[in-house]
Design a protein around this ligand. Structure first.
Ligand code: ATP
Length: 369
């Protein structure tokens, strides 16, 4: 593995690289997405799949009717405002929490099963480590907990790259250094699905750059699927090729970042002179968000082949897209074909985990509605 290569180089070698993936490949992979005919989902076992997933805490619903599919091999950003349910979703996917309704599957398995646990590494926000153990003892624990699939060299290399002595006690490390050790535990497991809950928040810019490079290298070299929650839109733009946006416990957007961008337009135009509110031609669009500054209106809308009225039209940046959805918690859901759960009989909610708001199977059209 090329640990010292720059993020830019790693980005170029990533087989799903947003910048360098060809249009031809995209067309083969996602026929129909550009015409917004949300057809059959793609085949293959998903790294993560949720069907009308529901999780309730005492204070109320943390996840409601949460449905999406994350294909294997993607680097996916899990984005949403504080309290949207991101950590809860990762807790369910790691088997640390149980669902109140619906289903969640990791490579087709129940997350609480031994098969799924062996394939998943999860770094939670609290980054639980034993402060009394040395780094070496912590890594030994990783080896003992993951017999048969522990890569000591991978874990040690990450620790050494941060100039951390293996005999140092975890309790004496800074927050960022502890994060490095926690990441080493995750990387040493070499999981098929790596879930990171705001992993970069306490890292300095140089270490962030190093870690994002490593994530992309893992995805490229081992086909690791990465699900990473983050509030840093620039990082998401640089690292992730797949997006899941959660607001109020509900999936609003899921799919390839490029295709989600392509499915939206930003319209910029003049406000009508008669103080009658927004331009009437906006009503012909599915408006996610509109903002007025002086006499100018800017709206993020679902893309249409024909734009009515007089507008300057451009494709949104990732930041424009995400901010519009984060500010519009009631936006209609949009899933690209690869993000649509594959509904087959054994994927339907069962009595074993029923109890949420599930009322029966949904069609793809409903998911995309
Ligand atoms: N153990 C718990 N007990 C009770 N309520 C909880 C628990 N965990 C989460 N919640 C509630 O569930 C909702 C979703 O929380 P969650 O931590 O999943 O959000 P999040 O998107 O990860 O937020 P943040 O960006 O702030 O980390 C919140 O309203 C939160 O208060």
């Amino acid at each position: 593995m090329h640990w010292t290569h720059s993020t830019r180089f790693m980005h170029c070698t990533h087989r799903t690289c947003r910048t360098h993936r060809t249009q031809e490949t995209k067309d083969q992979e996602y026929p129909g997405v550009f015409t917004q005919t949300y057809g059959s989902p793609l085949n293959g076992v998903a790294a993560l799949e949720a069907h009308i997933l529901h999780k309730r805490f005492r204070g109320g619903d943390a996840l409601r009717d949460c449905s999406f599919r994350l294909p294997a091999g993607r680097i996916c950003a899990l984005v949403g405002p504080n309290g949207a349910g991101k950590s809860t979703l990762m807790g369910l996917a790691s088997g640390m929490l149980g669902a109140d309704g619906g289903r969640i599957r990791v490579f087709g398995e129940d997350p609480r099963s031994a098969q799924a646990r062996g394939q998943v590494a999860f770094l939670s926000q609290s980054k639980p480590l034993y402060p009394g153990l040395t780094i070496a003892e912590t890594l030994r624990m990783g080896r003992e907990l993951n017999p048969g699939h522990w890569h000591q060299e991978t874990a040690e290399r990450l620790v050494r790259a941060g100039d951390l002595p293996l005999h140092a006690k975890v309790g004496t490390l800074s927050g960022g250094q502890r994060t490095r050790v926690a990441l080493a535990l995750c990387f040493g497991k070499r999981p098929r699905l790596l879930m990171l809950d705001e992993p970069l928040a306490d890292l300095d810019p140089v270490v962030r750059h190093e870690i994002t490079g490593l994530l992309m290298a893992m995805a490229a070299e081992h086909g690791t699927t990465v699900l990473m929650s983050s509030h840093t839109l620039r990082e998401i733009d640089e690292v992730c090729d797949y997006l899941v946006v959660l607001t109020q416990g509900h999936v609003r957007l899921a799919g390839e970042a490029d295709d989600l961008l392509n499915a939206h337009s930003v319209l910029v135009g003049a406000m009508p002179g008669n103080d009658s509110g927004l331009p009437p031609s906006l009503a012909a669009h599915v408006v996610i968000e509109s903002r007025v500054a002086g006499r100018q209106v800017t709206a993020l809308v679902r893309r249409e082949d024909r734009v009515l009225g007089t507008w300057d039209v451009h494709e949104p940046s990732l930041e424009e897209l995400l901010l519009a959805y984060l500010r519009s918690p009631d936006a209609p859901t949009l899933l690209t074909p690869s993000a649509q759960p594959q509904l087959h009989p054994q994927s339907q909610p069962t009595a074993e985990n029923a109890g949420g708001s599930a009322s029966g199977p949904r069609t793809n059209q409903e998911y995309a509605a």
